[in-house]
Design a protein around this ligand. Structure first.
Ligand SMILES: Cc1ncc(C[n+]2csc(CCOP(=O)(O)OP(=O)(O)O)c2C)c(N)n1
Ligand SMILES: CC(=O)[C@@H](O)[C@H](O)COP(=O)(O)O
Ligand SMILES: [Mg+2]
Length: 589
């Protein structure tokens, strides 16, 4: 049946009793592909019936459907003409793992970061009013974790005083990536079991509330959506679903199966990699999580804070060991930063761990609440650089540029797992103001990272390799690519290349730069972040002022959004792969 459906128009030709079979086929199709191609699984399995019902009842794409985050939109993609391309999901040149406007007229709004759907759909609804498109429907689908974010609340606050034709579907499965947190989650839980009258909180904001409705019951969903279609004004439908629905393991271990990587499509099991931790170096985030616990054991003032990413960032180790000193504040990056600042005023040493891309949300808080008051908060900026298959919405490539402009903030990027560990230690004993430490998604290079702590000098880089003709200055873990590039040269050429790990974007090591500029004719900088306003430009700027300019080749992310693909492929596209660096070295030598 799925093969006959190339658009929602085909779907609408089916009878209601055919829909459960279609739901079954869609689940099997998604499991089949995601098992080998990887991607977000649980969220889409949870909204199979809801997505069918929405496209069945509403006249998409004329009616505008906005997904929040968009990691749950696989069913939507399959029903809107992308079944044949779904095996390319998140691969280089393939379809995106999130709704993207250029990809389909059914993708009404580009997403990836959470809690935007109500604002966007409200904007569309008000625009429709202004254009006299009275019958058009506007639907935002938002999860229980995403609706708790400040941005969603700002939109609800606005929606409640409009007469916009806006239907908000609250997809409540009681979990984000990790279990949902906070008072709102507890309120939803009480509403779901009938302990609290439904929707009081929304009704207080002048939204018409209905629910909770069983989000896996197609009859009930279709009936209720048809009713909603006839209503006017801003309204909210509370739908209860199960994340991972239809795959036992995904229902039972919802955190692991949010994005499980490869798994066995027949059994649902994730294959165990034998002795994995003995053979592979740790991930940067693991080293962060485990080191923080060590530091917290020695210093009772240390606190860990994450906005909704405890598993991804490995703050879970601290949450288990010191539950009173580790906080998951939900999808609330702005609050996470200012909450950290508040604790810092009272003498606590806060490690606030946030993915680089999501820290963009809290820029003002970093400036106004932390840096301006010179509070010694440590920003642990995870997923810095190109993150791979999540693509343009998630690459952490702007942080160096947007942080470098902030007075008082010191910015470091470890080249290795051991450097990360030592930077965390250094930051833990520093009281001079805020420090940001940025590190990438994925594994480091050495197996033995757990060495005695060493305090690192702030603002000091180091020479990794001596050379005579060309100096390569790298910042962060991209040092690994530089090392490989040099090692790939013929022996006599290798000797010509020096490599410096600058380690600090701010303060820049001027003393080391002065040495380099006088010694080398050729200088290359390499970073895994945007060139504009980045590390290389800071070096160029210093040379321009101090040394009347010096030609420097700056390698970094060019002025364009980078799509999805493996990090290796994307580094190649951005011009910062081992091969790219090696080619430039060959040209220069
Ligand atoms: C601003 C922002 N912070 C964090 C994330 C990471 N993130 C992606 S999905 C997700 C959980 C969303 O939970 P919910 O809204 O309940 O949707 P569900 O996964 O349950 O369908 C989080 C925290 C994000 N995408 N955007
Ligand atoms: C949809 C979303 O924002 C997250 O699920 C994100 O994909 C997590 O990325 P990591 O896999 O790097 O934790
Ligand atoms: Mg949820």
């Amino acid at each position: 049946m799925l093969h006959d459906i190339n658009s929602p128009k085909d779907l609408r030709k089916l009878s209601l009793i055919q829909l459960p079979d279609l739901a079954q086929e869609l689940r099997e199709f998604i499991i089949d592909i995601v098992a080998t191609k990887e991607g977000h699984l649980g969220a889409s399995l949870g909204v199979v019936e809801l997505t069918i019902a929405l496209h069945y009842v509403f006249n998409t794409p004329d009616d505008l459907l906005v997904w929040d985050v968009g990691h749950q939109a696989y069913v939507h993609k399959l029903l809107t003409g992308r079944r044949d391309r779904f095996h390319t999901n998140r691969q280089l040149g393939g379809i995106s793992g999130f709704p993207v406007r250029e990809e389909s007229p059914y993708d009404t709004f580009g997403v990836g970061h959470s809690s935007t759907s109500i604002s966007a759909a409200l904007g569309m609804a008000i625009a429709s009013q202004l254009q006299g498109e009275g019958t058009k429907q506007h639907i935002a689908v938002i999860g229980d974790a995403s609706i708790a974010s400040g941005m969603a609340f700002e939109a609800l606050n606005h929606a409640g005083v409009t007469n916009a034709n806006l239907l908000i579907i609250l997809n409540d499965n009681a979990i984000g990536i990790d279990p949902s947190v906070g008072a709102l989650k507890e309120y939803f839980a009480k509403t779901t079991v009938g302990d609290t009258p439904g929707g009081t909180i929304f009704e207080a904001l002048s939204l018409t509330y209905k629910g909770p409705v069983d989000g896996h019951n197609l009859d009930a969903l279709v009936k209720e959506l048809k009713r909603q279609k006839e209503l006017k004004g801003p309204r909210i439908l509370h739908v209860v679903t199960k994340k991972g629905k239809g795959l036992r393991q995904a229902e039972e271990d919802q955190v692991r199966y949010h994005a499980p990587g490869k798994f066995d499509k027949l059994t649902g099991d994730i294959p165990k990699v034998t002795n994995a931790h003995e053979q592979l170096p740790e991930k940067f985030q693991e080293v962060f999580g485990k080191t923080l616990v060590e530091l917290a054991e020695a210093n009772s003032k240390i606190i860990g804070i994450t906005p909704a990413m405890p598993t991804g960032s490995s703050l879970t180790y601290m949450m288990e060991r010191f539950p009173k000193r580790a906080f998951d504040v939900g999808i609330a990056e702005q609050h996470a930063v200012t909450f950290s600042a508040g604790m810092a005023t009272q003498g606590f040493k806060v490690f606030c761990v946030i993915y680089s891309t999501f820290l963009q949300r809290a820029y003002d808080q970093v400036i106004h609440d932390v840096a301006l008051q010179n509070l010694p908060v440590v920003f642990c900026i995870d997923r810095a650089g190109l993150v791979g298959n999540d693509g343009a919405t998630h690459h952490g490539v702007f942080d160096l540029a947007y942080l470098n402009a902030i007075p008082n903030l010191r910015i470091a990027a470890p080249a290795t797992l051991i450097d990360l560990r030592n930077l965390l230690y250094t930051a833990s004993i520093d009281q001079d103001g805020p420090i940001a430490i940025r590190y990438p998604r994925g594994r480091g290079e050495v197996l033995q990272w757990k060495r005695p702590f060493k305090q690192l000098e702030i603002g000091k880089g180091k020479q990794l390799k001596a050379g005579i003709t060309v100096a390569v200055l790298s910042l962060g873990a991209i040092a690994g690519n530089v090392t490989m590039a040099i090692q790939g040269l013929p022996q006599h050429d290798q000797e010509k290349v020096a490599h410096y790990d600058m380690r600090w974007m701010k303060p820049l090591d001027h003393e080391l730069l002065d040495q380099i500029v006088t010694q080398f004719d050729h200088i290359i900088t390499v970073e895994d972040s945007v060139i504009k306003g980045g590390f290389g430009e800071a070096v160029v700027c210093y040379f321009a002022k101090r040394w009347q300019g010096k030609h420097v080749e700056v390698l970094g992310i060019p002025d364009q959004f980078i799509e999805h693909g493996s990090t290796m492929e994307l580094k190649e596209i951005a011009g910062i792969s081992t091969g790219n660096i090696q080619k430039l070295l060959q040209d220069m030598i």
